[in-house]
Design a protein. Sequence first.
Lengths: 320, 205
Amino acid sequence: MSGGAKIAVRVAAVTPVNELVSRFRFVRRDGGAMPAFSGGAHTVVEMDDAGTRRMNPYSLMSDPADTSGYEISVRRDDAGRGGSLFMHRQVKPGIEMVISNPVNLFALDLRAKKHLMIAGGIGITPFIAQMAQLSAMGGRFELHYACRSAALASYACDLSARHGGRVHLYVDDQGQAMDLPGLLAGQPLGTHLYICGPKPMIDWARGTAAHAGWPKAAVHHEEFLAPPVGAAFKVQLAASGKTVTVGTHQSLLEAIEAAGVDAPYLCRGGACGQCETGVVSCDGQLLHNDHWLSDAEKAAGGKIIPCVSRFAGARLVLDR
Amino acid sequence: MKTAFEPSIRSRPVYGELEPRKGSAHLVLADGEGAGAVIDLLARAGSAAACALAHMHIIYMPGPDGVDHFAELQALGAAQCHRAPSFAAALPRLRRVLQDAHMGMQIYLAGTEGLMGQGQSEVMAAGLPHDAVQMEHRGPTLRRVQCVHCKGITENVATDPFECTHCGLNLFVRDHYSRRIAAFQGVNIDAEEPGNVPPPVVRFR
């Protein structure tokens, strides 16, 4: 079965955090301990939304040392494909769900002398777990957290109470802005930078760090893409001898799975490369949306990342 | 000119050519012929050279063959230019510079593998990723080799096999390299049949 080991869980609590964000706590149905994880890991939550199977990745935000349960926070996206709306509207305490074992694509580099974290909005969640992990081991860290308004600054008060002066908050509608160039210039040698938030923020922070001469390998970021909507298209699966139609609101990977083909995957957000699939023939244009393939690979057209990428044209045949 | 090496196993380090990069400070560690790589680097920097030199700290030592181009480096006019008699003597200064430095500092290593490897190992110990440094090989290809048996390190090995300067075993020099200890691996060549040692060949000069 693709996607790694699954955990059968029960929803132990649903806690509204603010008008857009709710927190969900999962415990094992068999009463056992959850697998240990490291800060920055995510789980893929499976949803059965009236016949549509949704599988969305969410960062684990609970203390990695707490194996009694996992917690995630979900920001409601009213314009999204429906996963976050399902979580907010349908998921109640007591219901049974299935989540994946934790996978970490945004781990701390523990060789660093200091960890500098830049969070935007709901991008705060992996840092909550990372800070708990670093606190327990005496690691040196600093969080700089930007949000739209004080009301939407999820967990800012808790984090300040827990970590004191290591937490810095920037509230947009109060005109507070992060002086990132100044912040980066003052960091001791051996600092690693971690960024999680909306794409423009990630691009801005990575660009600022590159301009300031930070080595690439000291700059880490995580961005889960939601599969974009687009025009429906047909795809032939050469290995399984099937032809499937990918709906407007469906991802290519979801369409392949719906046809009963067990395709590999992990993050479902264009980041990990696990679902990479060979293109047998293509009469049309591959619409690459991932950040796994290199620009050269995207241009060559030999591979596609079906969890987020699409196709427009006459005929596409995949090696699946 | 940078040294051209034969292709080898993945473990064996490969070296590039120093290129100017933007940074808030520039740390240069070089020995012997490595001075030439530093001079070429600044020539490539063009109009940016003056700005880089104003924030540049050069730590230099003669090569294992005695080559000493310190005067030419000094003439470049870097903010600081220090000559050390050996790497061991330069180490306290290097560690102090790394301890006080900020992110954004660019690090350039040039000269022999022993020097660059030990410099890179110090940089890694300071928390930077191993590929955050630039390296350009110039000068002798003599190797720094660790005996896998006694763990002693012999500097400037020229022949293969060679006799470990610590435990006396006859060691075959592998291309297997450790970034952490900045040394190639030396393995006893006559373990199965003591005394059956092929004649040493000068492989590194």
